[in-house]
Design a protein around this ligand. Sequence first.
Ligand SMILES: C[S@@+](CC[C@H](N)C(=O)[O-])C[C@H]1O[C@@H](n2cnc3c(N)ncnc32)[C@H](O)[C@@H]1O
Length: 227
Amino acid sequence: MKFPDLRERSREPELLDLGGVPEAEVEASLADIRFVNTWLGGHRTFERLLRPFLRADGAISLLDVGCGSADLPARLLERHRQLRVVGLDLKPTHLRHTPPQVHRVAGDVFAPPFAERSFDVVACSLFLHHLDGADVSRALGGLWRLARRALVVNDLRRAQVPHAFARLVFPRLFRSPVSVHDGLVSIRRSFTPRELRAAFVDAGLPEPEVRRVFPYRLAALAVRREP
Ligand SMILES: C[S@@+](CC[C@H](N)C(=O)[O-])C[C@H]1O[C@@H](n2cnc3c(N)ncnc32)[C@H](O)[C@@H]1O
């Protein structure tokens, strides 16, 4: 097996981002991402990262950016009824699967239709790696401005082990060849802990807590200290 050069983040595009993928294939690929969330740690990681902010008493608002099907916040809502969730995604077609309890908004992370500090917590999962170069810290800066309390990033860690695993397993696991392609590209586009930390610092955010989360997830959390 030939190993890719993973020293730098890849700029290869994901097929779903390029557009032009037939509707049925988009549907199948979104179903594959929901499968990953269920079986490869997506839900577990999302809930673990957000748990400290989910107070039992009183409402809390959450913006999920690049929410796709919004299955992650939907699962949280089953257990945390006090949560109010808005899901933002660039692609209206992806939002079609969003359950009714998530308020869906079609829009770009670079022009979000919300006022500053509109949400207690702003989160994104498997979204940040879709952005290239300086756009990563530009997006983080914008998301931080929307958050009253915290910004939570849940993404992938770029490494040979998950890439080799994905090459073997994704073709057997996924319904759609688009997911096989985009899943592998996602790993090549994802971050090292050092890169993710640097993106927060470049954006002028407080020093984040960066965590490696099993299996080969990478999480970063910035908390607002001042009122
Ligand atoms: C891999 S999906 C992740 C879906 C979901 N968050 C999850 O973890 O299952 C990435 C999503 O980010 C969205 N996206 C990509 N670029 C975006 C942008 N500039 N603004 C908002 N959403 C964007 C895509 O349309 C896609 O639905």
